[in-house]
Write a protein that binds this ligand. Sequence first.
Ligand code: GUN
Length: 168
Amino acid sequence: MPSVGELSGMDQAAFVSALEGIWEHSPWIAARAWAARPFADAAALHAAMVAVVAAATQAEQLALIRAHPELAGRAAIRGELTAESRSEQGGAGLDRCSPEEFAQLTALNARYNARFGFPFVIAVRGHTRGSIIAAFKARLENEAGVERRTCLDEIGKIGWLRLGDRVK
Ligand code: GUN
């Protein structure tokens, strides 16, 4: 596991490779943040990557949200999740849904996608199936712009948690 100091000394390709998976299928975030090195600590590195997302075009931000799999969705059933998503979804018990919970999540995924055009993203660590379903229902009522920003905030939290597993 590299230290933040070691990351700051890496060339761009090594840096992007060391941070692979922090942002779901979106290596462009680390690639752009590389220009802001050196980083004092993990928080500074994370802040630089969050700033890259904030400065990205709306199309890029939407692509980042859409790079996330649905919770307990088809990719999860087919075993096609990234290691990070599988661990997060499993940690929240989403791989052990009752038939009722699974039916609820499937219906919520469909309603949410139809309303917003992107998947529901929530930093699931610390959540339970019940609290995820409750948040899902509440957020379905949001206005689209609010919900887009909420997804990006949650993706930032996911990135922070993933970064903690990958740098010392
Ligand atoms: N939150 C944490 N992991 C995931 C994921 O894989 N998908 C979605 N939609 N949200 C998440």
